[in-house]
Design a protein around this ligand. Sequence first.
Ligand code: NDP
Length: 254
Amino acid sequence: MVEKIFSLENKVTIVTGGNQGIGKVVAFYLADAGSDIVIFDLADASEVAKEIAEKYNVRTAAYVCDVTNPTSVKECIQKAADKMGKLDLLFNNAGICLHKNAIDCTPEDWLKVVNVNLNGIFFMAQAFGKYLISNNKKGNIVNTASMSGTIVNIPQGQASYNSSKAGVAHLTKSLAVEWALKGIRVNSISPGYIRTEMTGTVRQDWQDYWESTIPFRRMGTPEELAGAVIYLLSDASTYTSGSDLMIDGCFTVV
Ligand code: NDP
């Protein structure tokens, strides 16, 4: 019974930013829960798609898609739907971070971060929502926000990132309400510091500082986010929409 409500069997899930980091690891877990997987990434993720198909015996596909480009997003969703026969779920996860003090941010810096992290999440969610509604289908979306949408990280300056992630959490609530009666649930996860390609190259003294300030005294792993994404995408959470799940080793609690 429990296994059944968390099952993603007979589902097709799009994972954006799935070529590496959180998206890649979570894509493996979604496949393990039974879902077919479609990866959208700036890079060609066909190797990752192949690996997932071989390991879990599910159908997979990969498309080079820039989530900031609404035309590219629309075309890739159409191609994915044609190839897989249908689409059910979206892990809307692609994002970038810029460590730069607000005072030094150029207009281009600011626009780039907000464009990927907020506009990209919106373009993907909107196109996916349109696909579901026009095909009379129910579905679920999980957006990747961040604890940075709630707190301000130090010592690094990252106002563009923090603001974009606060926007993702509120966009999530807005879409959840607009689509509540259309059978489309929209939730977000807000990870704390997670060890990935994004954080792994940050200067060591900052990483040491972060770890010393996390009550768990360590960064999280992408694997520690997978259960939350499966929960929010599956029938285990049918009365949950517009929520933001903080997964941060207690960072925002203190
Ligand atoms: P990574 O940098 O490891 O992975 C991000 C992926 O997104 C990359 O494959 C990247 O492709 C892709 N991507 C970037 N821009 C675009 C775009 N315009 N269109 C399509 N794909 C794109 O980051 P993480 O896995 O660490 O982060 C994933 C998400 O989690 C992000 O939204 C991030 O903000 C969020 N997050 C991460 C935390 C952390 O501590 N790591 C904490 C909280 C939230 P490419 O490399 O080819 O550019």
